[in-house]
Design a binder for this molecule. Structure first.
Ligand code: FCB
Length: 494
């Protein structure tokens, strides 16, 4: 990858309710992240990450849940790979725990940590499943946080070194790499609103974190290129916000522009276009001195070319300016955004923007279901960055799943959600977008960050008391979709 763009053989508009065939070679997978599934928090030389410390802090995570045990994947990875194989998955997107590999975030690697991932990858390869490794899915080693975390430049340099270690150890087996997962969440939920680890709430630090994530990404891309064979795929995954203005009033359009700047272009600017957008700098100039933060060469480093952009999409973002004369408090403005309640805004410089619940049925996260957002997002990115292959690296939904008396887990709403979103991907591809694959979030129910175990996103149900795994109806439906390289007709859930 990237080999030639797959394309649909026919440009005749497909019947959205009929069977929808995907291009040959379209990659089907499922995704997870280390802290959400591994458990074994103190085994194999692993030391605490910011998520261990945050989740143990009273009041931060629902019901005091932690990832200490999670789905015990560290011990059950063989069974989990067998499950993936049973479902016919072609690829598995997982993340490496930095503190399992390099516990202090510096210096030599711990062999046991690397060995765990080697065993996992070997198991996948033996099952014919392509490993897709993410270097960073939010779990910074606590020692690096104690030294300042992402708001300090050092962390970006450490991340580049860690990327080199991981690529040297696993590059003979893993050909598909992602530097960061959703750096927006790391920067703005971690250091802005504080609903994610490490739970800090300083708008300037959140912006500094974003810059050092961009720089760290660039350092990691260079390190991966240096260590990996030439045909390896190097990517990043962003949770691009599909921002929509409530009305076409100029003030609402400006609110959407602002959120697009600090939600999306703060990453796509340096990573894909080589510089921070001027409007972002202007919107946030009162918070920090960008010229002091961004050193000569930083933007060029962040723009190290990637082979593919991963997109995570769940729900669109609907915004407006406060009505004339109305002033909103930051906490109030953020209340309706999809990222969790806090008195502190995750939108530095644009705290006054109001967030609205978009129309549509809601998932258990209170996220509106709107597949048109995914279609629009893919087509927008395709237009703004032609020639850049895309992959949907996360999409899925939480619902109140529970085993029925017969022991099965019936989740027709999840089937419907995935079906409609895949139909949106299909339509974007038919319209010319270069989307190479789709990863369902998630393989298993797991630790959903500040919601703990109270939200279930898995295609496979996990009984946390026994760690028993039960594929939900959606897992069977997805397995069939993967096998046929096609979404079955609407209503055909067999
Ligand atoms: C994404 C995260 C993933 C999961 C889903 C629901 O933002 O990348 O870990 O929590 O949301």
């Amino acid at each position: 990858m990237p080999s030639p763009a797959p394309s649909l053989t026919t440009r005749t508009p497909a019947d959205p309710a009929g069977r929808l065939d995907f291009p040959p070679g379209f990659l089907w997978g499922a995704a997870t992240a280390a802290y959400q599934i591994e458990g074994a928090a103190a085994e194999g030389g692993r030391t605490p990450s910011i998520w261990d410390v945050f989740s143990r802090t009273p009041g931060k995570v629902h019901a005091g849940d932690t990832g200490d045990v999670a789905t015990d994947h560290y011990h059950r990875y063989r069974d989990d790979v067998a499950l993936m194989s049973e479902l016919g998955l072609q690829a598995y997107r997982f993340s490496l725990s930095w503190s399992r590999i390099q516990p202090t975030g510096r210096g030599p690697a711990v062999q046991q940590g690397l060995d765990f991932y080697r065993r996992l990858v070997d198991e996948l390869l033996e099952a014919g499943i392509r490993p897709v490794a993410t270097l960073y899915h939010w779990d910074l080693p606590q020692e690096l946080e104690d030294a300042g975390g992402w708001p300090v430049r050092e962390t970006a340099e450490r991340f580049g070194e860690y990327a080199a270690i991981a690529a040297e150890a696993l590059g003979d087996r893993v050909g598909f790499w992602t530097t960061l997962n959703e750096p927006w969440c790391s920067a703005f939920l971690g250091y802005g609103s504080g609903v994610h680890a490490p739970g800090r709430t300083d708008p300037a630090d959140a912006l500094r974190a974003a810059h050092h994530l961009n720089l760290g990404h660039g350092r990691a891309v260079s390190a991966l290129r240096a260590a990996l064979p030439a045909d390896a795929t190097v990517s990043v995954t962003l949770n691009l916000h599909q921002v929509r203005p409530l009305t076409d009033r100029p003030a609402d359009l400006d609110a959407a522009r602002r959120i697009d700047a600090v939600g999306n272009r703060i990453f796509t600017g340096p990573m894909l276009d080589g510089s921070y957008p001027d409007d972002l700098r202007a919107d946030t100039a009162h918070l920090l001195d960008w010229d002091a933060l961004v050193r000569p060469g930083d933007e060029a480093a962040a723009a190290a070319p990637i082979d593919l952009l991963g997109i995570n999409y769940y729900t669109p973002t609907l915004v407006s300016a406060p009505a004339e004369g109305e002033r909103s408090e930051p906490g109030e403005a953020a209340r309706n955004d999809a990222h969790g309640a806090s008195d502190h805004s995750p939108w530095p410089g644009s705290e006054q923007v109001l967030f609205h619940l978009p129309p549509g049925e809601l998932t258990a996260m209170n996220w509106a279901i709107d597949p048109s957002g995914l279609y629009d997002l893919i087509t927008d990115v395709s237009r703004s960055h032609p020639g850049l292959p895309l992959m949907i690296t996360e999409n899925g939904a939480a619902f109140e799943d529970a085993p029925a008396p017969d022991g099965a887990v019936h989740d027709p709403q999840r089937i419907d959600y995935v079906h409609r979103h895949l139909a949106a991907v299909h339509r974007a591809v038919a319209d010319g977008a270069d989307v190479r694959g789709y990863f369902l979030w998630s393989l298993l129910d797991n630790f959903e960050w500040s919601y703990g175990y109270s939200r279930r996103f898995g295609a496979v149900y996990v009984d946390y008391a026994t760690q028993r795994r039960t594929p939900k109806d959606s897992a069977r439906w997805y397995a069939r979709t993967v096998r046929d390289n096609a979404i079955p007709p609407v209503g055909d859930q067999g």
